[in-house]
Design a protein. Structure first.
Length: 275
């Protein structure tokens, strides 16, 4: 059984490392050209890892380029992982490996197809979320499920904590599933499309706090879009943008506070941005 991996970010490299930690092996790696996406969050380079582990490395401006499709076929890959990659794979690319292409989505599919999975899981007040390893198809997060890991949520979970838990779950899934894939010991589970929900993308301006709304909604928004996201904010009387990174509903602390109709928000960490 032959495997390839496509990534350009640290999370993907961590998953590649996980394969070798369980005595697995990769037969091909594909990444971006060195000059591309230099400012992308988590951007890394695979040269050292691939050289150390004797993995052929191909660099391409786009995963759908002919060079990528041709070399996947040339190396006779069975499965191709695509992790931490923003380009949408074409049908031709999806059909290039003999068994298919695998991706990971940070929800318990079919719930939460789409974008901004970490903020939405918190904003919706879910008691759990997770990550799903699934076979990519021409739809958006609609392919058959290989395996899932659940992540419990509570009223203290913020985006930073959940982001870390999601990354850990990626690595855990790869370790748990790799040898099952190699030994052809997996059962693909079709998604129940009738139960699917779709979460839209979010923009920085969606983080504005409604000062006329509920203190509980404001606190949840702050947790949902704190680091590594742009943060929740409001404009003070001096016209300054106040980005709040951490806050709690009134616990009697003598900190900066915001009054809402149903309570007080104690601001614990914030930045002022002059407009």
């Amino acid at each position: 059984m032959k495997f390839g991996f496509v990534t350009c970010v640290q999370l993907g490299l961590s998953c590649m490392e996980a394969i070798y930690e369980v005595d697995g092996k990769l037969d091909l790696a594909i990444t971006l050209e060195d000059g591309q996406a230099r400012n992308k969050s988590g951007r890394i380079y695979l040269d050292e890892f691939c050289s150390t582990n004797n993995i052929p490395l191909v660099k391409s401006s786009h995963i759908n380029n002919e060079v990528c499709i041709d070399i996947i076929k040339e190396y006779d890959l069975d499965w191709l992982f695509i992790i931490g990659w923003s380009q949408i794979a074409s049908n031709e690319l999806l059909s290039a490996p003999k068994k298919g292409v695998l991706g990971i989505h940070p929800t318990l599919l079919p719930e939460g197809r789409g974008r901004a999975a970490i903020p939405w899981a918190i904003l919706k007040g879910l008691d759990k979320t997770g990550v799903t390893l699934f076979k990519l198809n021409e739809g958006v997060d609609t392919g058959d499920i290989v395996a899932q890991v659940e992540i419990p949520l509570d009223g203290s979970t913020d985006a930073a904590k959940l982001y870390d838990q999601v990354n850990i779950a990626h690595v855990r899934l790869i370790k748990e599933v790799f040898h099952k894939l190699r030994n052809e010991n997996i059962v693909l589970k079709p998604q129940v499309h009738e139960l699917a929900t779709e979460w839209p993308g979010r923009k920085p301006e969606d983080g504005e706090i409604n000062l006329e709304g509920s203190v509980f909604e404001a606190e949840r928004l702050i947790r949902a879009v704190t680091h590594p996201y742009p943060g929740a904010y409001y404009f003070n009387d001096q016209g300054q943008k106040v980005i709040i990174w951490k806050a709690s509903v009134d616990e009697g602390k003598n900190n900066m506070s915001l009054k809402f109709y149903d309570g007080t928000l104690i601001v614990e960490e914030y930045d002022l941005v002059s407009m």
